[in-house]
Design a protein around this ligand. Structure first.
Ligand code: NI
Length: 226
């Protein structure tokens, strides 16, 4: 399941991040990929361990913690701290798959990448090209979202970023391990949760909404790995 999560960051928060990103130094994006990715990756990133990257990453994760739609869809357990990238002057990232297991920098921890996230930090009209293209069995999905919005997609998908031919594309990107490993099970829980929320908004709390909430939690108990 791919999901557009709107308004993760407010306009002032986006501006705060953009100012900090404009004032700092970027390095070659090939530093954080293996051999296969390095052949097709042409962009720049903030160094993983830089204080700016870590501080802005914390801000992104704090915003996500306050976003019920994101939580409902992702059921996050562990995150790789958010990274930041920039594409301009024809830079791009060819078709690739994200690594299945990633080390959390500065710790001994590793996590399984169940979901990939791209948080857009500039408006679509600020640059030409730079679409995120995610390939699945239904074909190619082209993604270019307003500043502050996020796309959540399964890390099992092949994807690419098309060349940026005008302006600059600035995003945050990161991975998470979900409490529910299976995309189909996680998608079913998301649909059930969203339907329960709509029923509660329409009818108030009823014996049926309480019973359905019980089913939701019992399925989560059955399927979650913590
Ligand atoms: Ni990728």
């Amino acid at each position: 399941m791919m999901l557009h999560v709107p308004e993760v960051l407010s306009a002032p928060q986006v501006q705060q991040l953009r100012r900090a990103l404009d004032a700092t130094e970027w390095v070659d994006g090939r530093e954080t990929v293996g051999d296969q990715g390095a052949k097709v990756k042409r962009n720049r990133q903030l160094p993983e361990q830089s204080p700016v990257s870590q501080e802005l990453g914390r801000l992104v994760l704090a915003a996500l913690a306050r976003h019920p739609l994101f939580f409902s869809a992702a059921l996050p357990l562990h995150y790789v701290p958010p990274l930041f990238n920039r594409y301009e002057g024809g830079e791009h990232y060819g078709l690739h798959i994200d690594g299945s297991v990633r080390r959390v920098p500065g710790t001994g921890a590793q996590l399984r990448t169940d979901l990939s996230c791209t948080l857009f930090l500039c408006e679509p009209e600020e640059y030409e090209g730079g679409e995120l293209e995610v390939v699945d069995t239904y074909g190619v999905h082209e993604v270019k979202l307003p500043a502050g919005d996020l796309i959540l997609y399964p890390s099992t998908s092949l994807h690419r970023v098309t060349p940026v031919m005008r302006g600059a594309r600035v995003c945050s990107f990161f991975w998470l391990q979900s409490m529910v490993r299976d995309n189909h099970q996680r998608g079913m829980l998301f649909e059930l949760d969203q339907s329960i929320q709509k029923l509660r908004a329409r009818l108030g709390e009823t014996d049926e909404t309480v019973a359905l909430t019980g089913h939701y939690h019992n399925l989560l108990r059955l399927w979650s790995e913590i």
